[in-house]
Design a protein around this ligand. Structure first.
Ligand code: PTT
Ligand code: SF4
Length: 625
């Protein structure tokens, strides 16, 4: 019997791949009520269970796959699941949020979350149903692409499964490998795929059929019905389902923030070729969506011309910005090919685009030569050389082995001027928004809890309207407000945030739906308190792993400070370090962190994290009162 009236199903699955022991544990009320789900559970478990200094690719790292109380229910767009671990790319906390049928299949198998520890002796996958959990041999799947693997799993277990799968990149421990599902959904940018690979875990697969209880079904249904009607009557609905996030290409070009030639420029001459309009009118074949979503944003597109004709892939803004303009590729057919490869091989498109752009940038500036690149002449938009480079990265061959470490480590290895052109924060490559003239968005990247990702605070469109040049508390407050909502609420409820951010569904719906489904009485303010607590614990995790903190870790890429934009309406602009520092001071202050970015003792106490304070002090971190 579950401890809960609804939402949570009440059990956590723990699998030790070394000893092959499989255990069930009760989901405690504390964990459910205090940390809610998804990212909240991931950080709490990783903080409690990992020894400081754990090797991210060693058997002691733990993989967390976590749903939330609204995942897999009738809440709009609730087919999401969080995958998390200590990141091999950054050395800090890492997670991703993937649209996968795994979320509701896990819950319908009786589990809210899975903790995977140890390392298997040979390749395996996890097969989860209400009838039992098995560690199954995956020798026949090892080496296959994510697509081939999913086809094989569906052949063996039927079509009605949910999964997350790694490709050759994860197997070969490429530091920015992700998990993939449903032929084109990806998650876990900070190398969660490599953590799977290090455990010899090819996939996690579930098929469930049990009910997910809801405390007040009638209320939940009527709220969900209202929410869905509201979404579909939004004037932006039609364009959204036609283009999804791809419409951002045209916006970014206009706002001069489209990453181009390794963030050298914010505009791209061929942006129309790879834009949302071109995709919708010429290339899109099918609309794909996650579980329980009626605003499907998956743009399944097919190459029509040239040597990649008939290749298909799912396109999103980030994918196209980073594997298009940022590497100088101005052909949609080629962008589709590159995206397809990234999905099949299981690498993150953002980081892949960034490492390729970094290499070309260095080569073009004469910082590296054919001596370092295994004889390859690196040119912007040269598709054949780019394909060769990808092959080398995934196989970890020659120059590819250096790039497979991500731009930060590659730059350290190459040395000299190279770090100036490595576009990352804390080792995670920056997603597709140039911030030479966007200090608030730079702050958002700088303070994101997993390294430079836009998911926690995409403030750039707000900032462009509000005034790029302004430096004030409003900007800092906006970053924190977004972090609470996007990085907090949506990540612990573990549902898609796009109904809210793209089609304006009110946050009050999520609170009311949470209350109807769980039978509890929560308020938005309390959700925000929990979000801030999660942020503080994630920061503490980084501080513990790094043995202290320096504000420089929260700086955006050097290039934005040192190399001005060279083209477009914002040519000549660069970020001011002084302004950034001012914003960072305000940010730390608002979060209750000291001048170097470490949570103060009083802040930890406010969130009931006194044990965290003690542990930090034990490893030699000095905490301010
Ligand atoms: C996300 C990041 C994104 S964010 C994109 S496109 W985006 C890239 N997609 C990739 C891909 O595809 N293939 C690939 N090989 N690598 C990829 N890397 C990039 O990964 C994602 C959607 C999108 S599309 C966004 S914004 C929203 N993200 C959400 C989020 O983070 N949380 C949440 N509660 N809801 C969200 N809704 C939206 O979901 P990561 P997905 Mg992904 C092909 O997970 O690690 O955070 O990286 O999840 O199922 O692909 O959907 O313009
Ligand atoms: Fe999935 Fe897109 Fe729907 Fe969100 S809006 S649930 S990412 S299909």
């Amino acid at each position: 019997m579950s401890n809960f009236k609804g939402g949570w199903v009440g059990k956590i699955l723990r699998v030790d791949l070394s000893s092959e022991k499989i255990k069930e544990q009760e989901l405690s009320k504390d964990l459910a009520y205090e940390w809610i789900g998804g990212r909240g559970w991931a950080i709490k478990i990783l903080w409690d269970e990992l020894e400081p200094g754990t090797d991210p690719l060693g058997p002691d790292n733990k993989l967390i796959i976590a749903t939330g109380p609204l995942t897999g229910t009738i809440v709009p767009s609730s087919g999401k699941v969080v995958v998390a671990a200590k990141s091999p790319l950054t050395g800090g906390y890492g997670d991703g949020n993937i649209g996968s049928h795994l979320g509701h299949m896990l819950k319908m198998s009786g589990y809210d979350a899975v903790i995977i520890e140890g390392r298997a002796k040979k390749p395996v996958y996890l097969w989860i149903t209400p009838n039992g959990v098995e560690i199954k041999d995956a020798s026949h799947l090892w080496g296959l692409s994510t697509f081939e693997t999913e086809i094989a799993l569906r052949r063996d277990h039927g079509n009605d499964i949910g999964s997350v799968i790694i490709g050759p990149a994860g197997e070969n421990l490429v530091k920015f490998s992700v998990v993939i599902t449903e032929y084109g959904r990806a998650g876990g940018r900070p190398g969660i795929g490599a953590v799977f690979g290090s455990k010899k875990l090819k996939a996690v697969v579930a098929h469930g059929w049990e009910d997910i209880p809801m405390a007040d079904i009638d209320k939940a249904f009527s709220l969900s019905y209202e929410a869905r009607r509201q979404l579909m009557s939004n004037p932006g609905y039609r364009k959204w389902i036609e283009q999804g996030t791809m419409m951002t290409i045209e916006w970014s070009q206009e706002a001069s923030v489209l990453p181009t030639y390794n963030f050298t420029e914010g505009v791209f001459d061929y942006f129309m070729n790879i834009g949302g309009e071109t995709m919708a009118n010429k290339y899109k074949m099918l609309r794909k969506g996650c579980f329980s979503c009626m605003m499907p944003c998956g743009n399944l597109s097919v190459a029509r011309f040239g040597k990649f004709e008939r290749t298909w892939a799912e396109l999103d803004y980030e994918n196209v910005g980073m594997l298009g303009s940022n590497i100088g590729v101005g052909s949609m057919d080629e962008v589709i090919k590159l995206n397809r490869l990234a999905d099949e091989l299981g690498t993150d498109t953002i980081s892949l685009g960034s490492v390729i752009a970094f290499a070309i940038d260095l080569y073009q500036r004469g910082i590296i030569s054919t001596k370092q690149t295994d004889g390859l002449e690196l040119k912007w938009g040269d598709i054949d050389t780019i394909l060769t480079l990808i092959d080398k990265i995934v196989k970890r061959e020659g120059f590819g082995k250096i790039l497979a470490e991500g731009v930060k480590k590659a730059a350290e290895r190459i040395g000299g001027e190279a770090p100036k052109y490595a576009i990352h924060v804390k080792g995670l490559e920056v997603s597709a928004y140039d911030c030479h003239a966007a200090p608030a968005m730079a702050l958002s990247y700088g303070t994101s809890p997993i390294g430079a990702h836009h998911k926690d605070a995409w403030v750039i469109s707000w900032e462009v309207k509000y005034g790029r040049e302004k430096v004030d508390m409003t900007k800092v407050e906006k970053v924190i407000e977004f972090q609470r909502i996007r990085g907090g609420l949506f990540e612990f409820l573990t549902v898609c945030r796009l109904p809210w951010i793209e089609l304006g569904l009110g946050l009050d719906y999520y609170v009311k739906l949470f209350n109807a489904i769980t039978g509890l009485e929560q308020s938005l303010d309390n959700f925000f308190f929990i979000a801030d607590k999660i942020y503080t614990l994630i920061r503490s995790f980084w501080v513990r792993e790094f043995g202290g903190w320096s504000r420089e870790y929260d700086y955006p890429p050097r290039k934005w400070f040192e190399v001005p934009l060279s083209k477009g309406p914002l040519a000549g602009m660069k970020l001011s370090k002084e302004i950034y520092d001012r914003l960072l001071d305000l940010y730390y202050d608002a979060r209750g962190w000291d001048k170097s970015g470490i949570p103060k003792k009083s802040t930890l106490e406010k969130f009931g994290l006194t044990d965290v304070a003690e542990k930090l002090e034990k490893v030699g971190v000095k905490l301010q009162d």
